[in-house]
Ligand binder design. Structure first.
Ligand code: ADP
Length: 241
């Protein structure tokens, strides 16, 4: 479903990713782990077409993703309908005046009828248990509430793949437990999930696979999630824990 071949990315003169080769299949639940600055966010932004790699190829559903194709608004809409991105900072994602409008935005953008938009908004609010926030202004919500609204606003497009950047950051323990169970259910329902995290305690049982990024901006291990997080020596040696 997702294939990265020899991907490298630099921010001007700063290397952020070096020679990444990865294949992710439909239905997988993959964690990205690694120290700060190792390139996890950059990797996720490339998957979502926000950044275009300087070198290498990105293939999504057997289609090469290029800047030229993404400049085409029809292609771009279709691509973003299939792969949804939940930003690390919810404030960078939320911009509407009410929670309802926020979740309705994506479905309206792709031209769904208002009846279908309304159904999707209610379905997503129910899934995230945020019905009572319907009329609230997203900007004034708590961190955990904002995260739920951001996830709902992405899920309302019914994407095949959900990409999340450190979703547990700034969330209280109750919110983290909710997110954990939610990600498990979402993956069981068939969604492919790709998510960066350093919150190992709260993601037990969520991920089957881990991609480990190094301070050198390469992927140094691609293994079972449980094996990786139980390998204390490896985690310490690579400044992950
Ligand atoms: P992680 O998500 O693992 O913390 P990032 O992908 O954010 O890592 O960062 C990878 C590298 O790219 C780091 O060295 C970081 O300082 C650098 N970097 C990230 N964003 C920018 C940017 N907008 N401009 C310049 N350098 C950046």
């Amino acid at each position: 479903m997702i294939e990265l071949k020899n991907i490298s990315f630099n921010y001007k003169n700063n290397a952020a990713l070096k020679d990444v080769n990865i294949l992710i299949r439909q239905g997988e639940c993959v964690a990205l782990v690694g120290p700060n600055g190792s390139g996890k966010s950059t990797f996720l932004k490339i998957l979502n077409g926000i950044l275009i790699p300087n070198e290498g190829e990105y293939i999504f559903n057997e289609e090469y993703i290029t800047s030229k194709k993404l400049e085409n608004s029809k292609f771009s809409k279709l691509f973003h309908k299939k792969i949804g991105f939940v930003f690390q900072n919810s404030d960078a994602q939320l911009f509407c005046s009410t929670v309802y409008e926020e979740i309705a935005f994506g479905p309206r953008q792709i031209g769904l009828k208002e009846e279908e938009v309304n159904k999707r908004v209610y379905d997503c609010m129910k899934l995230l248990q945020i019905e009572e926030l319907k009329h609230r202004e997203p900007y004034n919500l708590s961190g955990g509430e904002k995260k739920k609204v951001a996830i709902a606003s992405v899920l309302s497009l019914n994407p095949e793949v959900l990409v999340l950047d450190e979703p547990m950051n700034g969330i209280d323990p109750k919110g983290k437990k909710f997110l954990r169970d939610f990600l498990i259910k979402l993956n069981e329902s068939g969604k492919t999930i790709i998510c960066s995290t350093h919150d190992f305690e709260y993601v037990q049982g969520v991920f089957k696979r881990a991609l480990v990024f190094s301070e050198n901006h390469t992927i140094i291990r691609d293994d079972s999630f449980n094996k990786v997080i139980n390998d204390e020596l490896f985690l310490q040696q690579n400044n992950i824990k």
